[in-house]
Design a protein around this ligand. Structure first.
Ligand SMILES: NC(=O)c1ccc[n+]([C@@H]2O[C@H](COP(=O)([O-])OP(=O)(O)OC[C@H]3O[C@@H](n4cnc5c(N)ncnc54)[C@H](OP(=O)(O)O)[C@@H]3O)[C@@H](O)[C@H]2O)c1
Length: 140
């Protein structure tokens, strides 16, 4: 049986790697199991800040791979400018909902698409950008 892997947060119980010490928190590719033997430490990043202001689970979202993907895709590759129109497909996804928020913060006019009314309502409530239902072509 093979353990499922994914992006997660873990506490180092023991380490033979100079970058990580016992007690450190890390994020990166971990196993979906209570204890893992990590043989690819290059896939892990040490978490420098752990407190109430920056909860650990942020490292599976905005401060983890989804956040990096959204940040680099939007700011570095997209090179957006204030006032531009930004379209976000799969806007309720892990990456899309962050890109939408980054674009709003930058002062862009943001339109997103999602596949169900529930997703659109949630996104309008929490992110407040314009939407259309991709499958039905309904604009809000
Ligand atoms: N999350 C990461 O850390 C990460 C890292 C690197 C690259 N990526 C890439 O970034 C993209 C988005 O990832 P994510 O993590 O945000 O995914 P996600 O949270 O799973 O969201 C993906 C969304 O894509 C939409 N979708 C699914 N099938 C579709 C189809 N056939 N046509 C149009 N839309 C479809 C669905 O949204 P609706 O139901 O609303 O349409 C789904 O919620 C993916 O290509 C992924 O490989 C993600």
């Amino acid at each position: 049986m093979q353990v499922i892997t994914g992006h997660g947060v873990a506490k180092v119980m023991d380490s033979g790697h100079p970058k990580f010490e016992t007690g450190d928190f890390v994020w990166g590719i971990t196993g979906w199991e209570e204890y893992s033997l990590i043989t690819t430490p290059e896939t892990l990043f040490k978490i420098e800040h752990t407190d109430d202001v920056v909860p650990l689970h942020y490292y599976t979202g905005i401060l983890g791979l989804a956040g990096m993907t959204a940040y680099i895709g939007f700011y570095k590759i997209g090179s957006p400018k204030k006032g531009e129109h930004v379209f976000v497909s799969a806007a309720s996804g892990a990456v899309g909902q962050l890109v939408g928020q980054f674009a709003k913060l930058m002062g862009c006019y943001v339109v997103g698409s999602a596949s169900t009314k529930e997703k659109v309502i949630n996104l309008q409530l929490y992110i407040l950008f314009q939407f259309f239902l991709a499958q039905q072509g309904i604009f809000y």
